[in-house]
Design a protein around this ligand. Structure first.
Ligand SMILES: [Zn+2]
Length: 200
């Protein structure tokens, strides 16, 4: 397939590219762009990903596939429950500040095992416990709402993490204020394959 675009997209253009790719994924009409040898070789000297994506480590939620993108297109940070800590936030800061991605997506998903585990109150042993607090906050915020608790908590968590990244000092908050980057929450439905972009 085609080579990468030399021009950097705006946040809106990047978002449209991802919406188009997800529509192809849902329709079963994948183009698998930028998987060819020329793409690989053109990336040997550097990368210009169009977006940064924080998603869950769940094997059913691979952003490059879900958005029908290819090599060098997405800077992907994955961790169970799509929560942030120093390493994940540092990775996002690097992508925004040094790779100039105009868009950061925080993507929660349906049937998230991490959220389900915390909601059910099971004991989180070892380092798994470090994922718990952020999820607990999200669950607390939506407990009173009607509808599926896990779905609501996943959306709330994506919004909360998105807000935390938007306000994070010292790098991203200034870049958001200066219009250099947009941070947006999203929700991926495993059954339908559809990614919905949420209001912040
Ligand atoms: Zn998950």
């Amino acid at each position: 397939m085609g080579l990468r675009q030399p021009q950097r997209p705006t946040a809106d253009e990047a978002l449209q590219t991802l919406k188009d790719g997800n529509a192809r994924f849902v329709a079963g009409k994948l183009e698998h762009p930028n998987h060819c040898e020329e793409s690989r070789q053109s990336l040997a000297t550097g990368q210009e990903p169009i977006a940064t994506i924080l998603s869950c480590a769940d094997s059913r939620v691979p952003p490059v596939d879900i958005f029908d993108q290819g090599l060098g297109d997405l800077f992907v940070v994955r961790v169970a429950g799509n929560v942030i800590g120093d390493h994940t936030l540092g990775s996002i800061e690097y992508a925004v500040k040094h790779l100039h991605t105009p868009l950061v997506i925080v993507m929660g998903h349906s049937k998230c095992g991490a959220i389900t585990a915390v909601a059910s109150g099971v004991f989180l042993e070892g380092h798994i416990a470090s994922i718990g607090p952020a999820i607990q906050t999200a669950i607390k915020d939506v407990k009173h709402l009607e509808g599926d608790l896990i779905t609501n908590a996943s959306k709330a968590l994506a919004r909360q993490i998105s807000k935390k990244i938007t306000e994070s000092e010292p790098i991203i908050a200034d870049m958001v204020k200066n219009g250099k980057v947009i941070i947006t929450p999203a929700y991926y439905d495993i059954d339908s394959g559809v990614v919905r972009f949420l209001e912040p």
